[in-house]
Structure formats: structure tokens, C-alpha cells
Design a protein around this ligand. Structure first.
Ligand SMILES: NC(=O)c1ccc[n+]([C@@H]2O[C@H](COP(=O)([O-])OP(=O)(O)OC[C@H]3O[C@@H](n4cnc5c(N)ncnc54)[C@H](OP(=O)(O)O)[C@@H]3O)[C@@H](O)[C@H]2O)c1
Length: 315
């Protein structure tokens, strides 16, 4: 038997309990888990309200993790917990598809890789693949104090962006965005309307922006569109500020703008693996980090619904 986080009821926090050590299928390997994060996707799946449907309970949540193979190699791995039947990463052991594991550099910080994980993959590929970021371009990152946002600020600079402007809500989030390397950090206020926020973003940017990285949608996305140069792009990968946004036709058509959607679910295993390998190399070299807090497995119930910062569970 092993210790595991067990989600008994959708919407509630998991409890710690005993679970049989999983037996890997033919295409799987057993990984001894060292660290796994709690992400918005985990909460969405465990709420029972995601577009993947209501998961059968009890199950072990955790859509990604870091651990060690039986030959001692450190790996990052994804799971489909909460999206398809089966257990995830928040347990002492996980059975994972061998082809989906990504070998990590020697000595890399497992907790940092767990914190970055798929959030950083989304930031990297939304910028460079979907967003076609070019060296020297000016990038505006919305929600830049979140994990996707912090990673996007740093990864845009590492990919050669000329300037990164950030926008974030709380004081703590603005500080995280500045630490990630944003040249200017614009506050997002609760009472903002599109015109007022657009004016503030344009003044801070000091010139047209080429690419917006948008995990928020809602009013911030509508305002950010008004900062783009003609032909500029906005890549949306989340709806933290709203499922809908008050976009105006005049802004869109006058600038021939492009609004693009992004999801990690579209990636091939190779794309995901290559992005994670790059992220792990940046992290191992000290070029990429993200704010996070570690908790032990027995504290998972109190940590589960926290949204103030990324929580990494150590096993
Ligand atoms: N498409 C994909 O493949 C993909 C992959 C990863 C993540 N995502 C999505 O991207 C979003 C961000 O993910 P994350 O991992 O960065 O989450 P996170 O670390 O929890 O960050 C969320 C950020 O959103 C901000 N926020 C929340 N509500 C807001 C509002 N009403 N106005 C302005 N800012 C608001 C928060 O600001 P404060 O810090 O001020 O509270 C926080 O910084 C989530 O919706 C997630 O589901 C999508």
C-alpha cells in the first residue's frame, strides 16, 4: 500500500488515505513521486463541472508530477487524472505512460519543475508556437503574477522579446511580475472599464504592442486588444477574469488583429516533451523560476483550495 490524496466527493478537498501501489500496464512505468503541484486544471476536474465530465470517485488527483524511475532517472510526467478514469500524481507512486515521461537534468530542483510544469509549457508554446513571437517584439502579458504569467514574462525575454510589459491585479502579483523581469507592471483594478484600462496600458507600454499573452479574457483582454499594432496578435489561454469579453468590432477590424486560442490538450507528446525539456534546462541553469510554496501530503486538505500562490506537494 502507499499514501495518497484521495478525492472522495467532487467539489470537496481530497483526504489522505491508503491506496494500492498501481501496477503499470505494458506501455507504462512506475514512478516514485517526489513533488506534484495543485493547478487550476486539478481543481476544475475535481469540481465535477469540467467539460471532461464528472470523474468516478474516489480517485487520486494530480495531472502532472515529478519523480524518479526505478533506474534512478528523474522525470516529469503528465497524467489524465480527473479527465479520464485512473489515478494521478498526488500519491507516493504513479503508473505513467513511458512515452510521455521527460527526463530531467541532473540536480534540477524537483519542486520548481513541479511548480512550472504544464503552466510553463502553455506559456512557452502560446508565445512561440501559437503566438509566433519574433526577436525584438514587444509583448504584453496579462495576469502576469500567476504561474502562466510569471513564466510567460521570463520565457518571452529568453525567446528574444525586446520588451515585456505586464499587467496584474494584486500587489503581490505585481511584485511577482516585476521579479520575473517585466519592464513595466500595470495594475488591473476591479472597477476598470475597457477604455480606462486600455488608456493605462497604452501609456505604460509607450508604443504599440506586437503580441498579447492572455490567461484572463474579460475586460483585460478587450483593453489589451487596443494596445496592439496593426496585424498584432492576442493569444488567449484562460478565462480567469471572465468567460466572455466585451470586444469591439472597430478595434478588431481597424487593426486587422488576430485573436488566437491555445490549449495544452492540442499538443503532441513530442511538442509537450520538447517544451518541458527547454523549461527544465532554463530552470536548471537558474534562468527561470516561479513563486511557489511547498506543503506535505498530510496538509493537502487545507492547501487544496488556495489560490494565492502555486502549491507544490512533496511526497
Ligand atoms: N490553455 C491551456 O492549456 C492552459 C494551461 C495552463 C493554464 N491555463 C489557464 O490559465 C489561467 C492561469 O493559470 P495559472 O496557472 O497562471 O493560474 P494561477 O497561478 O492561479 O494565476 C491566476 C492569475 O489570475 C489572476 N486573476 C484571477 N482572477 C482575476 C481577475 N478577475 N482579474 C484579473 N486577474 C485575475 C490572479 O491574480 P491575483 O494574483 O491578483 O489573484 C492570478 O495571478 C487559468 O485559467 C488556467 O486554467 C490554461
Amino acid at each position: 500500500m502507499m499514501r495518497a490524496a484521495l478525492l472522495h466527493a467532487c467539489g470537496a478537498a481530497p483526504a489522505v488515505g491508503d491506496r494500492a501501489v498501481p501496477v503499470p500496464a505494458d506501455d507504462e512505468i512506475l514512478v516514485r513521486v517526489t513533488a506534484a503541484s495543485i493547478t487550476p486544471l486539478d481543481l476544475l476536474c475535481a469540481s465535477g463541472t469540467s467539460y471532461f465530465g464528472v470523474p468516478a470517485t474516489p480517485y487520486v488527483p494530480g495531472v502532472q508530477g515529478v519523480g524518479v524511475r526505478d533506474d534512478g532517472t528523474a522525470v516529469w510526467f503528465p497524467t489524465t487524472a480527473g479527465m479520464r478514469p485512473g489515478d494521478g500524481s498526488l500519491a507516493e507512486y504513479a503508473a505513467v505512460r513511458a512515452a510521455d515521461t521527460v527526463a530531467l537534468p541532473d540536480g534540477v530542483d524537483h519542486q520548481l519543475i513541479a511548480a512550472l510544469g504544464l503552466s510553463a509549457v502553455a506559456a512557452q508554446l502560446a508565445l512561440t508556437w501559437r503566438g509566433e513571437l519574433r526577436p525584438g517584439e514587444r509583448v504584453l502579458v496579462l495576469g502576469a503574477g500567476g504561474v502562466v504569467g510569471q513564466a510567460a514574462v521570463r520565457l518571452a525575454l529568453l525567446a528574444g522579446a525586446g520588451t515585456v510589459i505586464a499587467a496584474a491585479r494584486s500587489a503581490a502579483a505585481r511584485q511577482r511580475a516585476a521579479q520575473a523581469g517585466a519592464a513595466v507592471v500595470v495594475p488591473l483594478e476591479d472597477g476598470d472599464d475597457v477604455a480606462r484600462l486600455a488608456a493605462r496600458l497604452r501609456a505604460a507600454a509607450g508604443g504599440p504592442v506586437d503580441l498579447v499573452l492572455d490567461p484572463l479574457f474579460g475586460i483585460p483582454a478587450a483593453a489589451a486588444l487596443r494596445t496592439l499594432r496593426p496585424g498584432g496578435r492576442l493569444v488567449n489561454l484562460g478565462g480567469a477574469a471572465g468567460e466572455t469579453a466585451p470586444l469591439d468590432s472597430a478595434t478588431l477590424r481597424a487593426g486587422s488583429l488576430r485573436i488566437l486560442g491555445y490549449t495544452n490538450n492540442e499538443l503532441t507528446s513530442v511538442q509537450r516533451s520538447e517544451a518541458l525539456t527547454l523549461i527544465a534546462a532554463h530552470a536548471a541553469a537558474g534562468r527561470l523560476t516561479v513563486d511557489h510554496e511547498t506543503v506535505r501530503l498530510h496538509d493537502i486538505a487545507t492547501a487544496w483550495h488556495r489560490t494565492d500562490r502555486r502549491i507544490v506537494v512533496i511526497l
